[in-house]
Design a protein around this ligand. Structure first.
Ligand SMILES: *Cc1c(COP(=O)(O)O)cnc(C)c1O
Length: 356
């Protein structure tokens, strides 16, 4: 039976990426060695790192003055690295979910942190729009896609201070005006590569303004100066990221990704709204994520939840159980998820409705 991979992360990657990694695990770039066995200083791997950086820049039209880094530590290490490198005294954060809350917790270790708004009062089912960013903040931190709650900031915000964004789960899902941001980061395991590599897009001019001593490995300058080769980078995940970047380019780039992502998520939200058994957890269309679609059973059908999950699972749907803090269901529709998988899920929803 065909399996449909709706996992939230780690999650589906293009078959192209999986195949190229499988080849390279056996014989990397004609070296007769595995990608896992070769020096990161070899000319073959240095070429991979350089191409991954330049292709990422090309796909997102990253302007001059920015660097692309591939680091370890996951998105979560960036929660601390950002304030350590950027916060002199004060920072501002928008609290839109669990990941944002975790970033806020780390930020508080480094100075005064202003939470400009929070949607916690409604279990993070919307994106706050009414707030003021203090003009004396060193930066403003947002989480563009809230993987757990299925909300998303789908436009590039205007910020009077340096804008910093966690784009772990929506990078490459749409074009981004990088010039509006000082720093963009994310763990790669949602839309780019296997777990183990973290991308950082950073504007060099925002650095060098804090007085504190920064440990070498946690200092962005270290990694800028050494082209992400200060220490051993996550070699295999970087190789995989390059394959996904090539695949995105073959598909027509991030504009093409946006189009298909809008189509996929639009179809699924329409079915959730049409189907009497289900309701979406995010009401405002403007706030609905095109990457993670969250929905629950309509109140009067609540007792069918477990049944739908097992029905869908028996039809090949994997990973649609909602996060424990939301319940219900979550279908993650990352770039690599084919349209056919969304159609299969919709078909299962329709049939389950008919049977009940
Ligand atoms: C998954 C996720 C993270 C955490 O990334 P790790 O690499 O596991 O540390 C952070 N932010 C968002 C928005 C995420 O979806």
């Amino acid at each position: 039976m065909t399996k449909h991979n709706f996992y939230a992360g780690p999650s589906i990657l293009p078959q192209y990426t999986v195949d190229k990694v499988a080849e390279a695990v056996k014989d990397f770039a004609g070296t007769s060695l595995s990608i896992m066995e070769i020096s990161h200083r070899s000319k073959e791997f240095v070429a991979v790192m350089e191409e991954a950086q330049s292709l990422l820049k090309e796909l997102l039209s990253v302007p001059d003055g920015y660097h692309v880094l591939f680091l370890g530590g996951g998105g979560s290490t960036q929660f601390a690295m950002v304030p350590m490198n950027l916060m002199r005294q004060k920072s501002a954060y928008l609290n839109t979910g669990s990941w944002a809350s975790k970033a806020i917790k780390e930020g508080k270790f480094f100075g005064e942190l202003v939470e400009v708004a929070s949607s916690k009062d409604a279990n993070f089912t919307y994106i706050p729009r009414d707030y003021e960013i203090p003009a004396d903040a060193d930066y403003f931190h947002i989480t563009t896609n809230n993987t757990i709650y299925g909300t998303e900031i789908k436009e590039d915000l205007d910020s009077p201070v340096t804008l910093v964004a966690d784009m772990s789960s929506d990078i490459f899902s749409r074009p981004v005006d990088v010039s509006k941001y000082g720093l963009i980061y994310g763990g790669a395991q949602k839309n780019l590569a296997p777990a183990g590599v973290t991308f950082v897009i950073i504007k060099e001019s925002i650095l060098g303004k804090v007085d504190r001593d920064i440990p070498t490995m946690l200092n962005y300058k270290t990694h800028i100066e050494k082209g992400s080769m200060f220490n051993t980078p996550p070699v295999l995940p970087v190789f995989a990221a390059l394959q996904t970047l090539k695949w995105i380019k073959q598909q027509g780039g991030v504009e093409a990704m946006l189009k298909i992502n809008q189509e996929k998520s639009g179809m699924l939200y329409s079915e959730i709204e049409r189907n009497k058994l289900f309701i979406p957890t995010v009401n405002d269309e403007m706030d609905r994520s095109i990457m993670n679609v969250c929905f629950v059973m309509n109140e009067e059908y609540k007792d069918l939840e477990a049944d739908f999950l097992s029905y869908a699972t028996s039809r090949g749907m994997l990973g649609i159980k909602g996060h424990r803090s939301v319940g219900g269901f979550r279908a993650s529709l990352y770039n690599a998820l084919p349209l056919e998988s969304v159609k299969a899920l919709i078909q299962a929803m329709k049939e389950f409705e008919k049977n009940n």
